[in-house]
Design a protein around this ligand. Sequence first.
Ligand code: AHG
Ligand code: MN
Ligand code: MN
Ligand code: MN
Length: 337
Amino acid sequence: EIHIPIDTNPVTLTRSIMMDQRRNPDAKGDLTQILNSIMLACKFVSNVVRKAGISSLYGLAGSQNVQGEAQKPIDIIANDIFINSLKFSNKIAALVSEEEDKIYIMGGAESGKYIIAFDPLDGSSNIDVNVSIGSIFAIWKRPDASAPVSARDFLRNGTEIECAGYCIYGSSTQLVLATKNGKVDCFTLDNSIGDFILTHPNMKIPERGHIYSVNEGNSLFWDPAITHFVDSVKHPEDGNPYSLRYVGSMVSDVHRTLLYGGIFMYPADSKSPHGKLRLLYEVLPMSFITELAGGRATDGKRRLLDTVPEHIHQRSPCYIGSPYEISQLEAAYASLT
Ligand code: AHG
Ligand code: MN
Ligand code: MN
Ligand code: MN
């Protein structure tokens, strides 16, 4: 007879957020409210994603976003879900979303201390083929909560992030949350109780991995440093080549890199001179999380968290992963540019 241990005292995300607040005596619970509304949004989006096929949410919405991408119905639905849930928290002064051209000022809460940037649905090219997708967010405190909120509030580097996270709608729905000077915890949604359970406390990336993750289909456009680095892991001196794993959803490729080690790369190339991924709601949150998990994140020459975006949808090349592979990558850039 198998004894299945029932944890009668699980650490849920709700409890973890409350414990974070208790640890912070002067906290007024604003961040707690925001994180609770993000958690609700992630559960809601997870539900929509799993019904997409049935509710015929595949295909194109027929509109374009400011990035020039054709929007998918779930891009728009997820965006609305996050905006409405954050509006309800009444603790956000303004938000930036991949799917909103300009900053979105929250009526009434503009004097709020916090601002948020998010990618409501990451990896939307994978929706129709049932491959894991996700949502990504980063939260900053406003430098001056008494001044009217503007885009300038968002042009901040990643070291000022208060907390960041992502949710993966995969074989299970998992929410990874990282807080400043804190740790990286991964929670798995238990649909039967509608809460996330702590399953990977204090995630730490392996010092070195054996997987590289890049879209090799762009290798024709790569600069010599990237070509050199990728060749070095495909034809290593020890005759033991790395594996290639590339899902095409940043959340999945970064999450696997955090757990198994190695390197995720979205290079700048002759086709996209600033790379493809956006600083505010993809590159900076994922770099923040990876550094707190003991990893590193660079644009080839400098630490990504030190990058200050010039505009809210600015893109950046990014290399995110284990310290060993990142240092190898930087050495390739140092010698070949
Ligand atoms: P989004 O769906 O939010 O626009 O992001 C897609 C991004 C990211 O998830 C992924 O790493 C990258 O696009 C894949 O790009 P390629 O298909 O060009 O490799
Ligand atoms: Mn997109
Ligand atoms: Mn994305
Ligand atoms: Mn997106």
